[in-house]
Design a binder for this molecule. Structure first.
Ligand code: ADP
Length: 420
């Protein structure tokens, strides 16, 4: 064959492949898929077999159940017939057993194979190949050519082989998608159980914590008798740690609440961002412990009011400043800056801490994500602060921008529309 003829042949084959891909790919169900396949096999314009049998294997019944599509010289005529055979009773040389066992297409002639129940319809040389995926055997495809001038030549055997191989790949893909969908469904279910669990645990923890905080307060006030300075100092530490624990419990509850149906109790109103910050700074100061960290609001001139929820803004401040302090290894500075731009106010919490690498920046808002997740890590926390920040910002119309690099500190900028 000359080179141009060869090229035409290759392009014909590619065209055919494309048609097969389109026909099989547009099926909406397995039945459609097999019908499309049978149709292609007997279509004179594509594979041009006279008859095609799609014999599906039912794993539970251990039976082959078949359908036949028949073409004729004038065009496609699909006429279905049923075939049923008990797989375990089939002899080894039966066309179905042979095809099911062979990775290649097999060619059978009526004389050399036991066609058994297929005999009335298959009295001619035929090709057969199995439909098999990672999950197992789906069935066997059989095709023959009975019309004059249509020998079972090499080309039609090759075409048959790649149609069946292509169908196997597509079936494999469908199964993979099914498995992924199932896995995603299972993960959603596990996630829901986890959220329920967290919600119950945090509710249970809240009651005793409130009581601890209340009684420590009474003790510090001397309501149960006089306390020395040293005892007051110790009770102060218990109070600080309990308050921190209470914050964490509230964060977990907040996440559970959002996952169960969104943040409730958010009321947008005119909020003074400096006043909200002043509420948070004493709590944040308590988190510094013995480290030399300076928390410095940079307020030059009047700062505009913003449209947000005051409690949400305080929680956002708390988490951002808490992180800023936490991720400064020894000593450093946390500044809170305000800048008006394009009818919005930008509030930046900047620190001189360890910074975050670009690849970690993408993940720090995921629940429970921490750049350093080892138990022996240097910084404590549960990996939910930024998740809460993100959820609160989404609920109140705030936007967050981060600039950070390892060793260069971080800048978390939150922006809100002005309250006018
Ligand atoms: P947590 O602080 O409890 O670990 P977060 O959700 O608040 O959880 O933060 C997630 C992760 O993002 C942190 O573990 C840390 O790795 C990184 N991160 C957050 N803020 C900063 C910051 N200011 N500097 C450096 N890393 C930070």
């Amino acid at each position: 064959m000359s080179a141009p003829d060869e090229l035409i042949r290759v392009s014909d084959e590619l065209h055919l492949l494309e048609q097969v891909h389109m026909a099989l790919g547009s099926s909406h169900s397995l039945d459609d898929f097999y019908a499309a396949m049978a149709g292609m096999l007997v279509d004179p314009k594509t594979l041009g077999f006279s008859r095609a049998f799609i014999i599906r294997f039912d794993d539970k019944l251990k039976q082959f159940q078949g359908r036949m599509a028949a073409g004729d010289e004038a065009g496609l005529k699909t006429e279905f017939m049923h075939y049923r055979a008990d797989a375990s009773a089939l002899p080894a040389d039966h066309v179905l057993s042979r095809a099911a066992d062979s990775p290649q297409t097999i060619i059978c002639k009526p004389g050399d194979t036991n066609l058994d129940g297929l005999e009335p319809v298959v009295q001619l040389p035929l090709v057969a190949a199995r439909l098999k995926t990672r999950r197992g055997l789906h069935g066997v495809v059989i095709a023959d050519r009975k019309f004059a001038g249509q020998p079972l030549d090499h080309l039609c055997t090759v075409r048959f082989q790649w149609l069946v191989s292509h169908a196997c790949v597509m079936l494999d893909n469908v199964e993979l998608v099914e498995e992924l969908t199932d896995a995603a469904q299972r993960m959603r279910e596990v996630d829901r159980l986890k959220t329920n669990f967290l919600s119950i645990v945090s509710h249970e923890l809240r009651t005793p914590l409130t009581s601890i905080i209340g009684f420590v307060h009474l003790l510090r006030e001397g309501k149960a008798g006089g306390v020395t300075d040293e005892q007051r100092d110790m009770l102060g530490r218990v109070a600080n740690h309990s308050a921190h624990l209470q914050n964490m419990v509230n964060d977990i509850l907040e996440i559970a609440e959002v996952e169960a149906g969104g943040i409730v109790n958010v009321t947008l109103q005119s909020v003074d961002p400096v006043a909200a910050l002043n509420h948070v700074i004493p709590k944040a100061e308590a988190r510094k412990s013995s480290r030399h960290v300076v928390i410095e609001p940079v307020v030059t001139g009047e700062v505009a009011l913003v449209l947000t929820d005051p409690i949400a803004l305080e929680r956002i401040y708390y988490h951002l400043i808490d992180n800023a302090i936490k991720f400064i290894p020894d000593s450093g500075r946390v500044t809170i800056e305000f800048k008006e731009t394009n009818h919005r106010l930008e509030i930046t919490v900047a620190d001189t801490g360890i910074g975050i690498s670009p690849e970690n920046l993408k993940q720090i808002f995921d629940h429970f994500y921490q750049v350093d997740y080892r138990l022996e890590r240097a910084y404590n926390g549960m990996g939910i602060g930024l998740t809460v920040v993100k959820l609160l910002l989404d609920a109140t119309g705030g936007i967050l921008r981060i600039t950070s690099a390892p060793g260069d500190g971080s800048r978390f900028t939150v922006s809100y529309p002005l309250a006018d």
